[in-house]
Design a protein around this ligand. Structure first.
Ligand SMILES: [Zn+2]
Ligand SMILES: [Zn+2]
Length: 173
């Protein structure tokens, strides 16, 4: 996602609006269960702070798709990521306040590396189709959002047996 910044590169205080879509094919996530299901929307402003430094301030909107952690239904989640990213013409790029600074190369910047860094940082480990999702029965595999199986009433996971007695004790008090 290379952007030509010739127009603002030598004008201190100059800015340009950024409003673009990054094709989802360009994004690869480490977790193979999760993939990007819509183009990433990037919107914001690129500002020339001084002769050697620019920054992009705006947001990225990413939609990811993954199986629900409880019932396995494919679920889309939209994540809004606020961004402020610096770019520099200096040959030696140093980290500043632990913040990565990205290079300006021949009047262009590449927005993809900072966006990828943010996406990796903000991708959740797990997503659920709904906070109320009941998940799958651990005995018969029925989707408890759709059907009510009989296992849950008859069998109790031994790990919960002690909890159950705790609760019934509470009630007696
Ligand atoms: Zn679910
Ligand atoms: Zn069941």
């Amino acid at each position: 996602m290379v952007i030509d910044i010739t127009d603002i590169l030598y004008k201190e205080g100059a800015s340009m609006e950024i409003d673009l879509l990054i094709p989802m094919e360009q994004i690869r996530l480490l977790d193979k269960r999760i993939h990007v299901s819509e183009p990433i929307k990037i919107k914001g402003t690129l500002i020339n702070e001084n002769i050697s430094r620019l920054y992009f301030e705006g947001q990225a909107i990413i939609t990811i798709q993954a199986p629900c952690d409880r019932c396995l239904r494919l679920t889309n989640k939209q994540i809004k990521i606020p961004m402020k990213k610096f770019f520099t013409q200096q040959l030696i790029v140093e980290k500043e306040n632990d913040e990565e600074i990205y290079p300006i190369k021949e009047h262009t910047i590449d927005l993809l590396p900072p966006i990828m860094d943010e996406v990796l940082l903000h991708t959740p480990m797990k997503i659920v189709c709904s906070e109320k999702c009941k998940g799958l029965c651990t005995h018969c595999g029925s989707n408890l959002n759709i059907t009510q199986c009989n296992c849950s009433e008859n069998e109790i996971d031994p790990r919960f047996e002690s909890l159950k007695s705790l609760f019934s004790k509470d009630k007696e008090v």
